[in-house]
Write a protein that binds this ligand. Structure first.
Ligand code: 13P
Length: 234
């Protein structure tokens, strides 16, 4: 069971350091793998404050080239140098607002893995795609851009459930996770409005291997409560 907190564009280095100190002291269950994904500028602080713990530090994105003329991008070797353990790629916010496509997500994912990073690759349909009956087709297309690897985890994040307070039903999550697992034999996390109150229900099925948590991961107590609830299931 893996619980990852995607902080999105929240918490600079000072806040990250304070969060890390509190997280180290929170009573985190040992049966759950715990990961935090701070913004780029806070990764160094997170890696430092969480060094020597079992808590993994992941970036939220990563470029496919090791270096080059790519203003505003960060490469996998640069992340490795900071002590970062892995990266998210293909989050729907990157796809929606910053032009990421299945092809660029695939390239980011391959480069990160080749550089020794672990990867959480995000997939998921929009509300429009779901109501048009295209969910399975979209998932198949997005997953086809990825290659199975021991260091790859997929996060199923229905776009309509992100930051909306709407969650997939456990049945919707199960169906999507099974579709993904038929295509690639990797762990699949659920993401979209996960909190301490709904995590047990969302993670109950065997096909759900953990959660990628946004808003509810920004508070130590709420994030620790999610980890504890998940540990009851693992
Ligand atoms: P929320 O948990 O805030 O809905 O965000 C989900 C998400 O996008 C995690 O990557």
């Amino acid at each position: 069971m893996l619980i990852a907190g995607n902080w999105k564009m929240f918490k600079g280095p000072a806040e990250t350091r304070a969060f890390g100190i509190d997280l180290r002291e929170a009573d985190l269950p040992t049966s759950v793998e715990v990961v935090v994904c701070p913004p780029f500028v806070s990764l160094g602080a997170a890696a430092e404050v969480l060094a020597g713990t079992e808590i993994g530090v992941f970036a939220q994105n990563c470029h496919w080239d090791p270096e080059g003329a790519f203003t505003g991008e960060i490469s996998a070797p640069m992340l490795r140098e900071l002590g970062v353990y892995g990266t998210i790629v293909g989050h729907s916010e990157r796809r929606q607002h910053f032009g990421d496509t299945d092809e660029t997500v695939g390239r980011r994912c391959r480069a990160a893995i080749e550089s020794g990073l672990h990867v959480i690759a995000c997939v998921g349909e929009t509300e429009h795609e779901r109501s048009a009956g295209e969910t399975e087709m979209v998932l198949r297309r997005q997953v086809a851009a990825l290659d199975a690897d021991d260091n790859l985890v997929i996060a199923y994040e229905p776009v309509w459930a992100i930051g909306t307070g709407k969650t997939a039903t456990p049945e919707i999550a199960r169906q999507a996770h099974e579709t993904i697992k038929e295509l690639l034999d990797v762990p699949v996390l659920y993401g979209g409005s996960v909190n301490a109150g709904n995590v047990a229900e969302l993670l109950a099925h065997d096909a759900v291997d953990g959660a990628l948590v946004g808003g509810a991961s920004l508070d130590v107590e709420s994030f620790a409560a999610i980890c504890r609830a998940a540990s009851q299931l693992s």
